[in-house]
Design a protein around this ligand. Structure first.
Ligand code: SAH
Ligand code: SF4
Length: 335
């Protein structure tokens, strides 16, 4: 596919053909299966100050929380009892949890439950990632957020895009299944940056590709900016599915925040993963990365039962399998 063709698709020149092709490709690899990942958001503290995110250090308007080991294990038990075979552990970048503490959480879960563990804890040193891999972590999600250097450094002050890229490569070297992606519509980004992202993410041969619309949060410097275009995200899901047939691609909850029904639509245009939240009710609303994320009316939306109903309604089947990356299995065969 040429850049000109990608641009035409992204601007909606032929949604019918694009979406039908993406769904055909997803069915060839995954049939109608939708994998579930139960997510535990165990801390909303963050040392970073990303201009787009409600958890940023300088947001003094939110109440901060941390879960202790027992609470995390309880959530992990809930996920396992529901039949889900992957746990995602996500937080702000919170140095309160030492490398060893995170490793303890991973091994405590692994010694009790036979389940895949995905981490999404931001940037750390190679030694930390290695310790966690050795403790039993299977996968790691770290989005590159934007392929535009300028908007990246504006949006993530004090950080460096190359370092984030290095984290991703380190994780791959440590034999994690790796996932990355972008927000679509980040202030300063243009359609050219989305085309670049589609190209560059594809040559990275990622096991997981996570994308969602930027959603403006009123307690951040990006309050008042326009949200990302949900239709463009749907087209990006479809393009990424066609270019990366074997990748696990979630239809993210930001889709639902930006447009009710957006997440279900994502499943019909190439996405094959849904991540219901198992964060305890008493803190769930405080994990407010973007508006609508885990807020009261959304709690049920994001709960397991409504996610199961949504998958059936979209015309697909719930899979309780681990949903390891078929790409990773292929890499092993070639070794
Ligand atoms: N602290 C970790 C993980 C939590 S943030 C990290 O930053 O990697 C998880 C993802 O939420 C980020 O990668 C970002 O893409 C997304 N996100 C944050 N703020 C957002 C917003 N305002 N709109 C949409 N997505 C957002
Ligand atoms: Fe922290 Fe992640 Fe939010 Fe940035 S996006 S402020 S690193 S939680």
């Amino acid at each position: 596919m040429t850049d000109a063709e990608i641009r035409e698709y992204l601007t909606g020149k032929n949604d019918g053909e694009l979406f039908a092709t993406a769904d055909r490709v997803r069915r060839e690899v995954f049939n109608t299966d939708v994998y579930l990942r139960g997510i535990i958001e165990f801390s909303n503290h963050c040392k970073q100050d990303c201009l787009y995110c409600g958890l940023r250090r300088n947001n003094r308007s939110i109440v901060r929380y941390r879960l202790c080991m027992d609470e995390i294990l309880e959530c992990a038990g809930d996920i396992a009892r529901s039949g889900i075979s992957t746990i995602v552990l996500q937080t702000g970048e919170d140095p309160f949890y030492s490398d060893a503490a995170i490793a303890d959480i991973i091994s405590a879960i692994k010694s009790r439950i036979d389940i895949a563990i995905t981490l999404s804890l931001g940037e750390r040193e190679k030694g930390s990632y290695k310790l966690w891999r050795d403790a039993g972590a299977d996968r790691y999600l770290i989005r590159l957020e934007s392929f535009n250097e300028k908007s990246y450094s504006q949006a993530r002050p004090g950080t460096n895009r190359q370092e984030r890229l290095n984290c991703l490569e380190t994780l791959r070297d440590l034999d994690y299944e790796v996932g990355s992606g972008i927000m679509i519509g980040l202030p300063g980004d243009s359609i050219d940056d989305v085309i670049t992202a589609i190209r560059k993410l594809t040559v990275m041969h990622l096991h997981m590709i996570g994308m969602g619309p930027f959603v403006a949060h009123n307690q951040t410097p990006f309050a008042g900016e326009s949200n990302g275009n949900v239709d463009m995200v749907l087209r990006a899901y479809a393009l990424m599915r066609i270019l990366n047939p074997m990748a696990n691609i979630p239809s993210t909850s930001a889709m639902e925040s930006a447009r009710p029904g957006g997440r279900m639509r994502g499943l019909q245009v190439g996405a094959n993963v849904i991540m219901p939240s198992f964060t305890p009710k008493r803190v769930k609303e405080l994990y407010n990365i973007y508006p609508g994320k885990n807020v009261q009316q959304d709690i049920d939306e994001d709960g397991l039962q409504s996610v199961l109903t949504m998958i059936e309604k979209a015309g697909y089947n719930v899979s309780w399998a681990r949903g390891d990356s078929p790409l990773k299995a292929n890499e092993k065969c070639k070794m």
